[in-house]
Design a protein around this ligand. Structure first.
Ligand code: CA
Length: 340
């Protein structure tokens, strides 16, 4: 077969008609032929709520399967929202990388891949690559906005936050910025570092649509606080877009606090293996050169621990959860006030 004859259309099918009004619930059916099921498919749950013309929004969680806050918040929206409350269309994908989400793991146990490093994907690739391809070629082109609900997963814990990428299109960036303000998370930041072209927000940029991301907690848990922030933020964002009516009882609880995150100096890594003693906590304001952690060589306890330091000043917005570390593991990352 020549390359030109290889199908580039997605082989993922669904009974949901995204142009039909009403509430439709089904699965994206990802063909997957295995020993126990020769003609089977992997089910990826999807809910579509449509009520005439209006904003077209994709809500997704489970991009990383061990981040549960968004999965719960979107599942609750999926079973409580009625189409008559909606203007336009809301597509809800609570377990975007369904095999990873079912396993409670960051990466898919089927092919070992991280969905957020697979865009633009491959129509004929492995399951995770096929999901990325479907999202980029089928879902994003028929949406105006995507909100991708992340948190820290097993290895990290975040302050409840939202983030956007700097966009080369100023008008699109302004829309993303206004959406982030409407979500009204306790922290929000703009990623100014190099773009990860394999991530969903880069896919959204390629499709010319607005992307908002979140980091709402982590540690592979769901807390009442994180869930409340997720649910209220999503409803505020949907109201801002005009997809849901505003909740008159819901007042913005905090001023919009806008930080930025850049490249390597914002991150602290373990330089040795051992057990990690944090010397800072989430929300601490730290200075350049301040000690961040001690890595204890407990295998050789007669040796001194190795110190890791913050390379620059900022606010600790993310911290590692597991105590055991290897060289190269991320221990912290910072966000900083924008330079004036
Ligand atoms: Ca994530």
């Amino acid at each position: 077969m020549t390359a030109s004859r290889i199908a580039t259309a997605s082989r993922i099918a669904t009974e949901v008609d995204f142009d039909r009004d009403g509430r439709q619930c089904d699965f994206l059916r990802l063909p997957h032929s295995v020993d126990r099921s020769a003609y089977g498919w992997i089910p990826i749950p999807v809910v579509c709520l449509r009520n005439g013309p209006g904003p077209r929004v994709l809500l997704m969680a489970g991009n990383h399967g061990d981040e549960f806050e968004g999965q719960v918040a979107l599942a609750k929206l999926a079973h409580t929202l009625r189409p008559e409350q909606v203007t336009g269309r809301i597509i809800i994908l609570p377990m975007a990388n369904a095999p990873a989400a079912r396993a409670g793991r960051r990466n898919s146990p089927v092919d070992g891949l991280n969905l957020n490093r697979c865009f633009p994907g491959d129509a004929n690739g492995s399951p995770t690559e096929m999901i990325a391809h479907y999202i980029e070629t089928v879902l994003l082109p028929q949406c105006d906005v995507v909100i991708d609900v992340h948190s820290g997963g097993q290895s990290l814990r975040y302050v409840p936050s939202t983030h956007i990428r700097r966009s080369p299109d100023p008008a699109r960036f302004a829309r993303a910025s206004a959406l982030m303000a409407a979500f009204n998370a306790p922290y929000s930041w703009v990623f100014e570092g190099a773009r990860e072209t394999r991530a969903l927000n880069a896919a959204a940029e390629r499709c010319g649509i607005v992307a908002l991301g979140t980091e709402l907690g982590g540690g592979a848990t769901v807390t009442p606080q994180a869930l409340r922030i997720a649910e209220r933020g999503l409803r505020r964002a949907l109201a801002h877009l005009g997809a849901l009516p505003p909740d008159p009882a819901d007042e913005l609880t905090r001023p919009d606090r806008r930080l930025q995150v850049g490249g390597y100096p914002f991150y602290v890594y373990a330089r040795d293996e051992g057990v990690f003693e944090p010397l800072a906590a989430l929300e601490d304001v730290v200075s350049a050169g301040q000690p961040a952690a001690l890595i204890h060589p407990v295998d050789t306890p007669w040796q001194a621990p190795v110190e890791a330091r913050f390379a620059q000043a900022g606010i600790v917005v993310c911290a590692r959860v597991p105590g055991r570390v290897e060289r190269g593991d991320c221990l912290f990352h910072l966000a900083a006030e924008p330079a004036r």
